[in-house]
Design a protein around this ligand. Structure first.
Ligand SMILES: Cc1cc2nc3c(=O)[nH]c(=O)nc-3n(C[C@H](O)[C@H](O)[C@H](O)COP(=O)(O)OP(=O)(O)OC[C@H]3O[C@@H](n4cnc5c(N)ncnc54)[C@H](O)[C@@H]3O)c2cc1C
Length: 261
């Protein structure tokens, strides 16, 4: 079984810095991690490989520093890592990102399962996984919190706002996973040593897989960012003082005056 996991390196910070001119995140100088739900995707893939055999290939599109994330994925048990990195990819929105990753997946070929995180903690759109499935004309299972494999069938539990549904489909399929699906393992010492001494990261540029140059990067991205800003916290807290009775009376008056009760 060939399992592909799409992983994104994201800034490990809640203090998002924004390039006001380009409307993009400033990533330089900010510590980075593997997007948390992508780690769940790696764990799900490695566990399936352990149970059923096969190989796990991790793919990331990003700058050269994303190699760190791919090394970590190798140390967790992935067999192969591919970094899609080329200046032509810079400034891609979700549409161009999904196009580029889909083309790379076509080049890898013969896949049975593709895992993505439900969403990335910096972009938060949850669009890339479903867009890849559309580009590859694949069935997709999203918001998945449990997955079971039976021959060529996948059974999944899909979380909904007020409950869950159980779905079944045939391989190949793209699955976007939630954090609740599993607990990602820590890389073993052997895994870390192998990842750093034996396993190479392949770097693919536009020369290494078939891409339409007109569909890459900022110019090909249909998303228009009109404004980006860090939200200001302007609401102030107010301490009510006095006896319990005074505080409760005062609170009710304030809630009434704001039409809350
Ligand atoms: C105009 C514009 C310019 C932008 N320029 C840049 C830029 O120069 N550099 C940049 O990094 N971002 C850039 N972005 C942000 C970029 O579009 C998103 O980070 C990217 O498309 C993923 O979207 P998301 O973070 O919402 O991921 P989601 O859709 O929330 O991610 C879902 C899942 O898709 C997979 N995934 C997402 N992105 C990747 C990836 N890159 N590699 C592998 N798997 C992935 C992961 O499994 C992830 O969990 C730009 C956005 C806009 C609108």
């Amino acid at each position: 079984m060939k399992i592909i996991v799409c992983i994104k390196q994201v800034p490990d910070t809640n203090e998002v810095k924004i390039d006001q001119d380009k409307g993009t995140l400033i990533r330089e100088g900010v510590p980075s991690i593997i997007n948390p739900e992508d780690k769940n995707g790696i764990e799900a893939a490695v566990k399936l490989k352990e149970d059923f055999g096969g190989e796990v290939i991790v793919v990331s599109m990003g700058p050269p520093q994303a190699k760190v994330a791919l090394k970590e994925a190798l140390a967790m048990g992935a067999d192969e890592a591919i970094l899609l990195s080329d200046r032509a990819f810079a400034g891609s929105d979700t549409w161009a990102t999904a196009y580029t990753i889909s083309q790379a997946i076509k080049e890898i070929g013969d896949y049975d399962l593709i895992f993505c995180g439900r969403q990335a903690i910096d972009g938060d759109t949850a669009q890339v996984g479903p867009q890849i499935a559309e580009n590859l004309n694949l069935n997709q299972l999203t918001y998945v919190s449990n997955i079971e494999l039976e021959d060529d069938k996948v059974k999944a539990r899909r979380e909904l706002e007020q409950g869950y549904s159980e779905l079944e489909t045939k391989l190949p399929v793209l699955v976007t996973v939630l954090e609740s699906i599993n607990k990602p393992r820590y890389a073993s010492i052997k895994g870390i040593v192998n990842a750093h001494s034996k396993q190479e990261i392949k770097v693919w540029t536009t020369d290494d897989f078939e891409v339409d140059l007109d569909k890459l990067g900022l110019d090909a991205s249909p998303t228009q960012v009109h404004e980006t800003f860090v939200p200001k916290h302007e609401k102030k807290g107010e301490m009510l003082e006095g006896s319990y009775e005074d505080i409760v009376d005062n609170l009710i008056k304030k809630l009434r005056s704001e039409n809350v009760v």
